[in-house]
Design a protein around this ligand. Structure first.
Ligand SMILES: O=C[C@H](O)COP(=O)(O)O
Length: 236
């Protein structure tokens, strides 16, 4: 059963996402790039508004892959009380690995639930997946860095997405990247732990516009039906 992650920009949107049926409420600033971070005060307000009724997550921003910087951003985000902290891996394999190694002891010591975000449109390094699992990451997800209208499926084939889900086994897997109601059925067939969406649930399908509760509810229903179809196909 794939769950629904909805990215929100405020406490107000967090409540709309919750009422619309999101399973994971993800705090992100779409004006600041694919993984734009929201101010800590806003993340804290949203976490308080959700009040434990759903899992919350937040991104640390499109940061350079410098271990000290990444660790500092993670620890600062932890202070907001958010459940899951997402870090984008935008660097070279060497820099990304250095950040994973730096985060490993923090994850263990502070019991952090962390998600690594790999970018489907800038050569995602699937070789990082075993390292992320060993380092204790809660999850790994794919998203797109360039929000140019092309979806995740324009950058990776269904076979590559299945491989990602397979290689990330043991962690929660997420698939995102300009997904819409037309391509979400194919995404659910990959059986990720969750599907992540922003643009498709905003007014005018514009990811920087306001979140629309009725679009979240409609997507929730679609996802439920697609999950049922996948389950039935598995049983057949
Ligand atoms: O984490 C999920 C993202 O916020 C997806 O955003 P998007 O659907 O606008 O690409």
């Amino acid at each position: 059963m794939s769950k629904l992650l909805i990215s929100v920009t405020s406490a107000e949107e967090a409540l709309l996402a919750l009422e619309g049926g999101a399973d994971i409420i993800d705090m992100k600033n779409p004006h600041e790039g694919a993984l734009g971070a929201l101010p800590h005060s806003i993340v804290r307000q949203a976490v308080e508004a959700v009040d434990g009724r759903r899992i919350t997550s937040a991104t640390t921003g499109d940061l350079p892959m410098q271990p000290e910087l990444i660790c500092q951003a993670v620890m600062q985000m932890k202070m907001t009380g958010v459940d899951i902290i997402k870090v984008g891996f935008f660097g070279s394999e060497r820099d990304n690995m250095a950040c994973i190694h730096a985060l490993q002891p923090l994850i263990a010591e502070h019991k952090l639930a962390m998600v690594a975000v790999l970018m489907a449109d800038i050569a995602p390094q699937l070789t990082l997946l075993p390292l992320l699992r060993e380092a204790g990451f809660w999850g790994a997800m794919l998203d797109t860095a360039h929000k140019d209208g092309r979806s995740l499926l324009a950058h990776m084939s269904e076979q590559e997405l299945r491989e990602f889900v397979h290689l990330a086994a043991g962690m929660q897997t997420g698939l995102a990247g300009s997904l819409n109601i037309e391509n979400i059925e194919n995404i659910v067939k990959m059986k990720p732990s969750y599907v992540g969406v922003r643009g498709a649930v905003c007014e005018g399908l514009d990811r920087v516009a306001k979140l629309c509760k009725s679009r979240v509810s409609a997507l929730r229903v679609l996802l439920y039906n697609y999950n049922k179809s996948v389950e039935s196909a598995d049983l057949a």
